[in-house]
Design a protein around this ligand. Structure first.
Ligand SMILES: *[C@@H]1O[C@H](CO)[C@@H](O)[C@H](O)[C@H]1NC(C)=O
Ligand SMILES: *[C@@H]1O[C@H](CO)[C@@H](O)[C@H](O)[C@H]1NC(C)=O
Ligand SMILES: *[C@@H]1O[C@H](CO)[C@@H](O)[C@H](O)[C@H]1NC(C)=O
Ligand SMILES: *[C@@H]1O[C@H](CO)[C@@H](O)[C@H](O)[C@H]1NC(C)=O
Ligand SMILES: *[C@@H]1O[C@H](CO)[C@@H](O)[C@H](O)[C@H]1NC(C)=O
Length: 691
């Protein structure tokens, strides 16, 4: 009866797998004394992390260490505030102090921290050792409701009279049952001695300016502060589409407001960002990073019809962003009178001397300019960025690392790049909504180098300490991945060479960190195929009609999806019902004969040979008795096998048991490869007795 199971067993082990090296990082460090971690900030060796009711200073060399640098500061709200919060907002879970940002102010040598503080946002000015210097009201600086987004940036230079200031985007109030919520882009009052500039903000409750935005990041870019977010599109209302658009807003740092504008910005403009995939505009901006002074990279996600989401990285040059936001001529938009349609404002309606850049004195603006500014913020159709990477997952955060490498050892193979060639590689890390980190690089923009599984929920933020560590946070943990300790996880030359942190040691055939050994070949996947070792081909003689197991020697589970078997250089598929793959990518041939003679190679990652067999079937004297009755069946299934060779059932049971044993070893395999060796399945032939 167990014989019947064989067919089923073989079927469920058919190839189905990942196509990505996927593993838990080596020496992964985790800190989880706290919840709702946010806002990673690196200042020298310290890693500051915001959490619920808590601010932490961790040692970036070892976040698990609670000695030395480690400090924590409780920033909990008192019980009165908490009770008041609960009675007003009902949801106790939100009535705590969720830290929304932790900023460094180098010129003040301090930290500037804002927390939701039971719906009464509060600002804390702290020393590097987390001593409280001052605290203040935080309305407008960060959102009241911890579920509402916010972003902020400290700007030292370029403001009126060069007075340093915070710029923020947040929600000014919180959702109660009756009140709509009010988003704002804000700069508080600037004061120096007897001079002051009143606060500036976006218009109140005006969806043309901000429409249910989800704020992401803010940047200091030349004369401007840029805010990136996504929001409900106003332009689409007419077509009754409920769509979110990615946006960038600029304000001028030098904006000093104007009497006739009240407290409104004179310089606020917004436009749409997108990139195009398969004739579809991508709209859901998830995160954005500045890769260099002149380049930004946006992370977009797209939900596919089958409910799963995929992600894209798209490039936006500073030039394209500023051009898109500044060219007022013929590109402002407004609602056509009497309709709901947005159209371009014709040039002749734009006031003369309308400022395109920040080089104007807002307090001297003419009335016609002021009136125009009051009613126009949307500009241009959209700014489109090219796609540079694609990830088959829903990524929600991204980090960037620029590596300047010297290809030292290409001289070993004289045809390669000249030794000493300097190259720059951009490496991107994607944090996914299901707790994974994906690594890609500009060396091969199509290839996923590695997928690290952190076994947590969404990776909300990533931060890099260049060339050393990657920090990640989810709601329940802070993680530290040592970038130079991952190399030994790449078991093949090709995977190793595609990671810019690693190189292949051609003497030992091992993958090592380029930091640890300068004698490695790196970023040269072409070389790998030339390192194939054909002398390892094994000769296999086998009787016709018997079953044969050929081992691939896959060293780690993540390689399973990258395995391909070839016979005489032609890919083997399981279309032939006599051919099966085991769960660990070994090849089984049932009932073979001379037509199966040939060289069988098992490759990882397309061109890396893991094992090679020269198989020869001997014609057998008892062959005729082995032949399947000509019942019209072309392919033998396990069941017909059993029917015809009843007396082989014992062998099948043994085979079945062996498969079960392998199955059990599957999990243990990765704990200890030793145990696999002790299973002693190397070059096992499963022969079925003929008597
Ligand atoms: C805080 O973390 C918990 C999980 O630990 C999560 O369910 C909750 O949504 C988080 N709250 C906020 C405001 O992020
Ligand atoms: C985390 O909490 C545990 C148990 O409360 C404690 O033993 C440990 O020292 C804490 N670690 C740090 C870094 O505070
Ligand atoms: C492109 O879109 C079309 C229609 O929406 C779809 O059938 C096709 O599979 C898409 N192609 C890719 C590569 O996503
Ligand atoms: C060998 O096996 C194949 C099917 O697997 C069959 O088509 C072929 O006739 C066999 N050849 C000989 C010589 O038995
Ligand atoms: C593995 O099998 C071979 C041949 O059957 C035998 O010589 C060897 O001792 C076995 N090794 C172990 C560890 O059982």
């Amino acid at each position: 009866m167990s014989c019947k199971l064989i067919a089923i067993l073989l079927c469920i082990h058919l190839a189905s797998g990942q196509t990505v090296p996927s593993f838990v990082p080596n020496s992964l460090k985790r800190f989880s004394n706290g919840t709702n971690f946010t806002s990673l900030l690196l200042v020298d060796r310290a890693l500051y992390v915001g959490a619920r009711d808590l601010l932490l200073k961790l040692d970036s060399a070892d976040i698990e260490s609670n000695k030395g640098l480690y400090t924590s500061l409780s920033l909990a709200t008192n019980s009165d505030q908490k009770e008041q919060c609960i009675s007003t907002y009902y949801d106790e879970k939100l009535c705590s102090n969720f830290i929304k940002f932790v900023l460094h102010r180098p010129s003040f040598k301090d930290l500037y921290v804002c927390g939701s503080y039971s719906f009464q946002p509060r600002l804390f000015q702290l020393s590097y050792d987390l001593n409280l210097i001052k605290e203040d009201d935080g309305y407008g600086y960060c959102s009241l409701n911890p579920m509402d987004s916010s972003t902020a940036i400290w700007i030292d230079n370029g403001n009126p009279m060069n007075i340093p200031s915070l710029y923020s985007a947040s929600y000014l109030d919180a959702s109660t049952k009756t009140q709509p919520v009010e988003p704002v882009i804000y700069r508080p009052e600037l004061r120096r001695a007897d001079k002051s500039f009143h606060y500036l903000r976006s218009p109140k409750f005006d969806s043309d300016w901000l429409s249910q935005p989800h704020f992401l990041k803010s940047f200091d870019v030349d004369d401007y502060v840029l805010f990136f977010f996504r929001e409900k599109s106003v332009e689409q209302v007419a077509e009754a589409q409920d769509q979110n658009y990615a946006r960038v807003v600029r304000v001028c740092k030098s904006d000093a407001g104007a009497l006739k504008l009240g407290n409104l910005w004179s310089s606020m403009r917004k436009t749409r960002l997108t990139c195009v995939y398969n004739n579809t505009y991508l709209n859901r901006l998830e995160d954005i990073v500045r890769v260099s002074a002149d380049l930004f990279v946006g992370l977009f996600s797209l939900r596919l019809p089958g409910q799963s989401s995929v992600s894209f990285l798209c490039e936006f040059s500073k030039e394209s962003l500023l051009n898109g936001l500044n060219s007022a001529s013929n590109s402002f938009k407004e609602i056509m009178a009497g309709t709901q349609y947005w159209s371009k404002v014709s040039d002749n309606r734009i006031p003369k001397n309308f400022p395109n850049q920040c080089n104007y004195n807002s307090q001297l603006l003419k009335d016609d300019v002021i009136n125009f500014v009051k009613t126009h913020s949307l500009i241009g159709d959209h700014i489109e960025g090219p796609i540079i990477h694609f990830v088959n997952k829903h990524a929600i955060s991204v980090a960037h690392e620029r590596l300047d490498l010297k290809l030292v050892n290409q001289a070993v193979f004289p045809l390669e790049t000249l030794p000493g060639t300097d190259i720059t590689v951009n490496v991107f890390y994607f944090g996914t909504d299901d707790g994974k980190i994906i690594k890609m690089s500009s060396y091969d923009s199509q290839k996923v180098i590695a997928q690290w599984n952190l076994e947590t929920n969404g990776i909300k933020q990533l931060k890099l300490k260049k060339d050393k560590s990657l920090f990640a946070i989810s709601d329940d943990s802070v993680y530290q991945v040592e970038l130079n300790l991952q190399c030994s996880k790449y078991y093949t030359c090709g995977l190793c060479m595609s990671d810019p942190h690693c190189g292949w040691n051609i003497r030992t055939n091992l993958c090592e960190s380029i930091k640890s050994n300068s004698n490695l070949v790196n970023l040269n996947t072409n070389l790998c195929s030339r390192l194939e070792r054909h002398e390892n081909i094994k000769s296999v003689e086998v009787e016709s009609g018997s079953a044969l197991l050929l081992e691939c020697n896959v060293k780690d589970q993540y390689l399973f999806g990258l395995i391909e078997w070839k016979k005489d250089q032609i890919s083997i598929t399981t279309k032939n019902q006599n051919v099966f793959f085991t769960w660990n990518k070994d090849l089984i041939i049932l009932n073979g004969n001379a037509s199966y003679n040939g060289v069988y190679n098992c490759y990882a990652d397309k061109h890396e040979l893991l094992s090679s067999y020269n198989v020869v079937y001997k014609s057998d004297a008892t062959k005729s008795s082995l032949e399947i009755s000509s019942s019209g069946q072309k392919c033998i299934t396990a069941e017909s096998y059993i029917k015809q060779y009843n007396n082989w059932c014992d062998e099948y049971n043994r085979y079945h048991r062996a498969l079960n044993d392998w199955e059990e070893m599957k999990d243990k395999l990765f704990e200890s490869r030793q145990k696999l060796m002790s299973l002693n399945v190397t070059n096992v032939y499963i022969r079925f007795k003929t008597n």
